[in-house]
Design a protein around this ligand. Structure first.
Ligand code: NAD
Length: 483
C-alpha cells in the first residue's frame, strides 16, 4: 500500500477495529489500492469516547496551555520535516496534482502554527457588578469533541477546523473522510509516534463507513460537541441527531459562490482567478467560484479568453509534473457531475467541455473535462446546487443591482469574489453580498488569523481566527461576593 496501513488510535495505542474488519482506499486516478484502514463500528466509538473522556477529566491538558502550545508547535515542525512524503500520499489518495498538495500541506502547517500560538491566549473577562461582588467570565474547554472531516482538503481542513479544539484544551476524536483517511492519519501518526509528552487519550481517531459512524457520533451522549466540515445534507443530519443530547454543533458546509466581474476590473488578473477559482482541485472546493457573474459589456472577450484557459488545462496522473488537473474523487461523484452536465446541455449554451475526459492515460480514472455553461435559467439546478466538479456557470448582467441580485440568488453564502477598480462600487457591493467571505480583486484570500464561514445554508459558526478557537469553549460566570 503506497499510502500505508492504518489502525484506529485510541487511548494512546494504534489498534485494529474491534470487529477486525478493514477497508481499502483506491487512488481516483487509476483505481490502484493505496490505503488500508480500520473499519470501525459503535464499539470502537465507545472506546474512543471513554479514552477522550478519561483524558479530559484526569490529565492536566485542559489546564496547561503551555504544554498544548509546545506540542502543537512540535507537530508543525514534524509536518514540515515530512513535507515531501505528506504531499505524495495526499496526491495518491485524493488524486490532486502534486503542486496542489504542496499548497495544501503548506497551508496546514501554517494553520497548525496558528493553533499552537492560540493555545496561550484563552482569555476571559471580569466585571464589577456591585460594591461587594465581582464576576469572572472564565473560558473553559467544552470537553470531548469529535471532528468530522471532508475529503477535498483533508489535511488543511482537519488542522484548520479541528486542531483549535485541542489548542483550547479539549480532547478530540478525529473522524477523517474514508477516501482520504490515510493522509490525515499519517499526519496524526507524526504526533503520536514522535511526541512522548502528548498525554494519553488527548487525541483519538476512528475510521470506517462515514454515514454509519457519523450518525453514532451525532447521537452519542458522551460527546460534548461535533465540529464538521462537509456537505449541507450531512450538516442537517448532524444537527437533527445532535439535538437529542443538545450537543454544540459547528458546521462548515457547501457553497455556490459567485465571482462578480465588472467591466472596470483588471481584466487579465480577473481572468486568471476566474479560471483558478473553479478548476483548481477539479472544482472540488467548498469555496469554488462555480458561478461567474459577468458584466455584459466585456462578456464576449472575457469568455473567449476563459475558454482558452479552460482548454489549456491538462488533466492527468497526480504525480506527473505536467498535470494541472486531477480526477474527481470517486465514481459516484463523477456520475453526479455528468448528470448536472446533461442538465446544463438541456438549458444553457455549452462553451467548452461537457464530457468525461479519457485521454492522456485518464481512462481508468474519474476525470471530467473543464466545462463552462452560459446563461442557464436562474432557477436551474446547475445554478442553484453545488456540483462539486470542474463546471462553471456564467450569468451575465447589465446593472450593478442585477449583479448583486444574481450573486445573492442561491441558498448558499460561503464566499464571493468582487472585481472592480472603482472604490465606491467595491464598498457598495461588498456590503450587499450575503456571504461570509468577500474577496476583492483576488480570490481564496484565507488566513489562519481570519475567520471564515458561511451565511445562509453554508454553515454555522466560523473556522480560523479568534472565533474558530473560542467556539471550542464554554463561558462560566463565577460571581463572588465578599465582605
Ligand atoms: P460529506 O458531507 O459527504 O462528508 C463529510 C464528512 O461527514 C465525512 O467524514 C463523512 O464520512 C461524514 N458523514 C457522512 N454522512 C454523515 C452523517 N450522516 N453523519 C455524520 N457524518 C457523516 O462531504 P464531503 O463529500 O466529504 O465534502 C464535500 C462537501 O464539503 C462539499 O459540500 C463542500 O462544499 C463541503 N466543504 C465545506 C467546507 C467549508 O469550509 N465550508 C470545506 C470543505 C468542504
Amino acid at each position: 500500500m503506497r499510502v500505508g496501513e492504518f489502525q484506529n488510535y485510541i487511548d494512546g495505542k494504534w489498534q485494529d477495529a474491534v470487529s477486525g474488519k478493514k477497508t481499502t482506499v483506491c487512488c481516483p486516478c487509476d483505481g490502484e489500492p493505496v490505503t488500508s484502514l480500520a473499519c470501525s463500528d459503535g464499539r470502537d466509538i465507545d472506546l474512543a469516547v471513554a479514552s477522550a473522556r478519561r483524558a479530559f477529566e484526569e490529565e492536566d491538558w485542559a489546564f496547561n496551555p503551555r504544554l498544548r502550545s509546545d506540542i502543537l508547535m512540535k507537530w508543525a515542525t514534524l509536518m514540515q520535516e515530512d513535507f515531501a512524503h505528506l504531499c505524495e500520499i495526499l496526491s495518491l489518495e485524493s488524486g490532486k496534482p502534486l503542486a496542489e498538495s504542496r499548497i495544501e500541506i503548506g497551508n496546514a502547517i501554517n494553520y497548525m502554527k496558528y493553533a499552537a500560538s492560540s493555545a496561550r491566549t484563552l482569555y476571559g473577562s471580569t466585571s464589577t457588578v456591585a460594591k461587594n461582588r465581582l464576576s469572572m467570565m472564565n473560558r473553559e474547554p467544552c470537553g470531548v469533541i469529535v471532528g468530522i472531516e471532508p475529503w477535498n482538503y483533508p489535511v488543511t481542513l482537519m488542522v484548520r477546523d479541528s486542531i483549535p479544539a485541542l489548542a483550547a484544551g479539549n480532547t478530540l476524536i478525529v473522524k477523517p473522510a474514508t477516501q482520504t483517511s490515510g493522509c490525515s492519519l499519517a499526519v496524526i501518526k507524526l504526533l503520536t509516534d514522535n511526541v512522548p509528552e502528548l498525554p494519553r487519550g488527548v487525541i483519538n481517531t476512528i475510521t470506517g463507513p462515514g454515514g454509519e459512524i457519523g450518525r453514532i457520533f451525532s447521537e452519542h451522549p458522551g460527546i460534548d460537541m461535533i465540529t464538521m466540515t462537509g456537505g449541507l445534507e450531512t450538516g442537517k443530519d448532524i444537527m437533527r441527531r445532535a439535538a437529542g443530547t443538545m450537543k454544540k454543533v459547528s458546521l462548515e458546509l457547501g457553497g455556490k459562490s459567485p465571482n462578480v466581474v465588472f467591466a472596470d476590473c483588471d481584466f487579465d488578473k480577473a481572468l486568471t482567478w476566474c479560471a483558478n477559482a473553479i478548476f483548481s482541485n477539479a472544482g472540488q472546493t467548498c469555496t469554488a467560484a462555480s458561478r461567474l457573474v459577468l458584466d455584459e459589456a466585456i462578456a464576449d472577450r472575457f469568455l473567449e479568453k476563459l475558454v482558452e484557459r479552460a482548454e489549456s488545462i491538462r488533466p492527468g496522473y497526480c504525480l506527473d509534473p505536467e498535470t494541472t488537473m486531477g480526477p474527481v474523487d470517486n465514481e459516484s461523484q463523477m456520475n453526479k457531475i455528468l448528470n448536472y452536465i446533461e442538465i446544463g446541455k438541456s438549458c444553457a449554451k455549452l462553451l467548452t467541455g461537457g464530457y468525461r475526459y479519457m485521454e492522456n492515460g485518464c481512462d481508468k480514472g474519474f476525470y471530467i473535462a473543464p466545462t463552462i455553461f452560459l446563461n442557464p435559467p436562474a432557477d436551474s439546478p446547475i445554478v442553484q446546487e453545488e456540483i462539486f466538479g470542474p463546471v462553471l456557470v456564467v450569468q451575465t448582467f447589465k446593472t450593478e443591482e442585477e449583479a448583486i441580485a444574481l450573486a445573492n440568488g442561491t441558498k448558499f453564502g460561503l464566499c464571493a469574489g468582487l472585481w472592480s477598480t472603482d472604490f465606491n462600487r467595491v464598498m457598495r457591493v461588498s456590503r450587499k453580498l450575503k456571504s461570509g467571505n468577500v474577496w476583492v480583486n483576488h480570490y481564496t484570500g484565507f488566513a489562519p488569523e481570519c475567520e471564515t464561514g458561511g451565511y445562509k445554508e453554508s454553515g454555522l459558526d466560523r473556522a480560523a481566527g479568534v472565533d474558530g478557537f473560542i467556539k471550542y469553549t464554554e463561558i462560566k460566570h463565577i460571581n463572588m461576593e465578599f465582605g
